[in-house]
Design a binder for this molecule. Structure first.
Ligand SMILES: [Zn+2]
Ligand SMILES: [Zn+2]
Length: 318
C-alpha cells in the first residue's frame, strides 16, 4: 500500500501532514508556526512550539505523548504551548502523568485552556481565536489572524499633506483591522459556518469533509457530527475563502476516489479554490496533463495508512 504524508499549497500557506477521519489528524502550517492536532507523531512537527488541539478524540490527541517524546529527542527548548478546550485540560494532564512515568521522561506541556471567543497572541503579527465547533465532546476550531492599522475610510481621498497635517495635530487617523488568515474547523457539523461565520472570510479555510457520497447518508453523517459533501455543495458558493482545504476523509473512500469525487462534485463550484489533503494517488499525479487532476496540487511527502470514522458509532448531540 502506498503510504504518504501530503502537502498542499493554499495561497501563502502550506498545509502539511496527514488526516484520515477517525484514525489520525496532524497538520502543520509552517508559515504560521503551528501544528493542528496530534493524532499521529510526525517527527518533523515535534519541534513546533504551538500546538492546537481541536478536541479529545484519539485520532486528534492520541499521539501527543509520542510527539512529546520525539520533542525530547530533538532537545527542543521547553514544553510546547498546547492550546485546547478548557474542559479537557485536567484529563489530558492526568493522562500524561503515568505516561511520563513509563517514559521516565517528563512529557510536559504548557497547557493553555481555551473557550470559544478566547484569543491568544502567538507573535507580534499573529493571533489565534477559538470558535465553537459542533461535536459530541468539548471541541473548538481556531482562527488565525493578524491586526493591521488602516487609514480610516473617510480620510482615504484626502491629499497627503492634509493627512500629514491632521497627524501633526494629533488626530486619530487609523482604525485597527483584523486580517483573517486561516481557519481550522474539524470534527463538526457544517453548522459551524453559521455559528462562526467569520471563518468563511478567512483567506484559507481548512475544513473537515468526512463523507463524500451516499455510502454514508447525510443523516448518518450528521448523527456522527461530521460534514457531508452533499450539504457542503449547497453552501460552497457562499464561502468567500480564497482557498478551501478539505481533510478528515473517511477510510471508506480510497484516495483515488476522494480526488475523483471532489473533482466531479465540488470542483465545478469552487474551481481553483479547492484543495484536498487526501493522499494523491501516484498514478494520477503522474498524469499531470489531465487538467482536472493537476489542479488538485497535492504533493506527496511520505508515509502512512488507512482510516475509519469511529464517531459514527456513537449517538450523541453535537
Ligand atoms: Zn476526527
Ligand atoms: Zn472527533
Amino acid at each position: 500500500m502506498s503510504r504518504w504524508l501530503v502537502e498542499v499549497q493554499a495561497g501563502p500557506y502550506r498545509v502539511r501532514g496527514i488526516s484520515l477521519g477517525g484514525v489520525y489528524t496532524c497538520l502543520q502550517i509552517p508559515e504560521l508556526g503551528v501544528v493542528l492536532d496530534a493524532g499521529i507523531p510526525i517527527r518533523a512537527f515535534a519541534a513546533t512550539d504551538h500546538l492546537f488541539l481541536s478536541h479529545g478524540h484519539g485520532d486528534h490527541v492520541g499521539a501527543l505523548p509520542a510527539l512529546l517524546g520525539i520533542r525530547g529527542l530533538l532537545h527542543a527548548k521547553g514544553p510546547p504551548k498546547v492550546y485546547l478546550p478548557e474542559p479537557i485540560v485536567d484529563t489530558l494532564q492526568a493522562a500524561l502523568r503515568p505516561l511520563s512515568e513509563l517514559q521516565r521522561y517528563d512529557l510536559a506541556i504548557d497547557a493553555v485552556p481555551m473557550r470559544a471567543g478566547d484569543e491568544v497572541r502567538l507573535r507580534s503579527d499573529l493571533h489565534a481565536r477559538a470558535f465553537r465547533t459542533h461535536h459530541p465532546v468539548p471541541s473548538l476550531g481556531y482562527l488565525f489572524f493578524d491586526r493591521v492599522q488602516k487609514l480610516r475610510d473617510e480620510l482615504r481621498s484626502l491629499p497627503g499633506p492634509e493627512i500629514a497635517a491632521r497627524k501633526r495635530a494629533g488626530e486619530d487617523l487609523f482604525h485597527v483591522e483584523e486580517r483573517l488568515l486561516l481557519a481550522y474547523a474539524t470534527d463538526t457539523l457544517l453548522r459551524v459556518i453559521e455559528t462562526a461565520p467569520e471563518i468563511t472570510r478567512a483567506k484559507v479555510l481548512v475544513l473537515e469533509c468526512t463523507f463524500l457520497d451516499d455510502r454514508k447518508t447525510l443523516e448518518a453523517s450528521r448523527a456522527g457530527c461530521h460534514v457531508h459533501l452533499d450539504e457542503l455543495m449547497e453552501v460552497a458558493h457562499t464561502l468567500q475563502n480564497e482557498h478551501v482545504v478539505l481533510m478528515h476523509f473517511s477510510q471508506i473512500y480510497t484516495p483515488r476516489e476522494v480526488h475523483a469525487i471532489l473533482e466531479e462534485r465540488l470542483r465545478p463550484i469552487l474551481g481553483e479554490r479547492l484543495r484536498a489533503t487526501s493522499t494523491p494517488p501516484r498514478a494520477i499525479l503522474s498524469r499531470s496533463k489531465m487538467p482536472h487532476i493537476s489542479s488538485v496540487r497535492g504533493r506527496a511527502i511520505r508515509s502512512t495508512g488507512p482510516h475509519e470514522s469511529h464517531h459514527v458509532r456513537f449517538s450523541a448531540t453535537c
